[in-house]
Ligand binder design. Structure first.
Ligand code: AMP
Ligand code: TRP
Length: 332
């Protein structure tokens, strides 16, 4: 029997970080054997927010390097760049005809990002239509599941609604994709206040050097009640513990740090050193692999070409089916 299809994507809007890793990529890696996996670098999405066009090509390339270095290798899954398959945009337009505009204005990501547009500058309509494009990404491959962090749950609810609206109006074409949340649903940034995000500068990059990581980790906020080394703390109130230790540090060390925090038996810096060791165990191999493949442009670009060719085949079939269902004449 054919494997079920999984689709997900990350925007090439900056360096990939450990929030992307825990919230998305780590979950994807666990699915490689069981599912037919398609992972996209969503550049059409990335251009809906203010960006530097000179930097975009390099960001797309670095995202591909990070995907492959993390283990999303072309032998085990499909990796491609969204704009290499323009059918995404065609389907977005077609789905736009069954998407209520009120639903788009309701999206929290839209409301948050609309604020980033400079005062007096009107918000681009592409930002409003962003979730329709996301629905198109997923429905183009008739994906059964979409592994993402919690911030994408609302977009996926809308994707299911768009699929239902389409099917009701034009006949059963699309399955309703399931939201597959990771255990690490929402990783906070080093500021301990906001979601870790490429644009906020509160992140630990997936391919940063150990020196760069330690420089950020050392001064990062812990439990505010621990002012002095001798103050007892509560690991549940420490962002370093709840956001990072919990996911990178294995049980015996994790418990030792939690207990040490409660009894003031371990200082915050020593506790961070334990985390740093385990962070390195996870990230060093990714960085080393990235350093190795970054210069092999042919290998990276071939992987993306192979991915795009595979996706184009599926996309062309779905578009033909959708056009027929909608009563549009077949392409000659
Ligand atoms: P983005 O970087 O916004 O393109 O997000 C790509 C994927 O990473 C999506 O599945 C997000 O839900 C996930 N993600 C991004 N930031 C975080 C975070 N701070 N915590 C957990 N998941 C995240
Ligand atoms: N909107 C997603 C994000 O910001 C990225 C994305 C675009 C995506 N298309 C997708 C995620 C399709 C999953 C499936 O994280």
């Amino acid at each position: 029997m054919a494997k079920k299809v999984i689709f997900s994507g990350i925007q090439p809007s900056g360096e990939l970080h450990i929030g992307n890793y825990l919230g998305a990529i780590q979950n994807w890696l666990r699915m490689l054997d069981e599912y037919d996996c398609i992972f996209c670098i969503v550049d059409y999405h990335a251009i809906t927010a203010p960006y530097d066009q000179k930097e975009l090509p390099q960001r797309v390339y670095e995202a591909a390097v990070a995907y492959i270095a993390s283990g999303l290798v072309p032998e085990r899954c499909t990796v491609f760049v969204q704009s290499d398959v323009p059918e995404h945009v065609e389907l977005e337009w077609l789905l736009g005809t069954v998407t209520p505009i009120g639903d788009l204005f309701r999206m929290t990501q839209y409301k948050d990002k609309a604020k980033d547009f400079a005062q007096g500058q009107s918000v681009a309509s592409g930002l409003l239509c962003y979730p329709i494009l996301q629905a198109a990404d997923i429905l183009l491959y008739k994906a059964h599941g979409v592994p993402v962090g919690e911030d994408q749950a609302q977009h996926l609810e809308l994707t299911r609604e768009i699929a239902r609206n389409f099917n009701r109006r034009f006949g059963e074409v699309f399955p309703e994709p399931a939201t597959m949340l990771s255990e690490a649903r929402r990783i906070l940034g080093l500021d301990g206040e906001r979601k870790m995000s490429k644009s906020l500068g509160n992140h630990i990059g997936l391919t940063e050097t150990p020196e760069q990581i330690w420089e950020k980790l050392r001064p990062a906020k812990t439990d505010p009640a621990r002012v002095r080394r001798t103050d007892k703390g509560d690991p549940e109130k420490c962002n370093i513990f709840t956001s990072y230790h919990r996911f990178f540090t294995p049980a015996p060390d994790l418990e030792r740090c939690a207990e040490g925090c409660r009894t003031a038996g371990i200082g915050c810096i020593d506790c961070k050193k334990v985390l740093f060791t385990h962070l390195r165990a996870a990230l060093d191999p990714i960085r080393e692999r990235a350093d190795e493949i970054r210069g092999r442009r042919d290998y990276v670009l071939d992987a993306l070409d192979q991915g795009a060719r595979h996706c184009k085949e599926i996309a062309a079939r779905t578009i033909a089916e959708v056009r027929a269902a909608m009563g549009m004449v077949p392409r000659r």
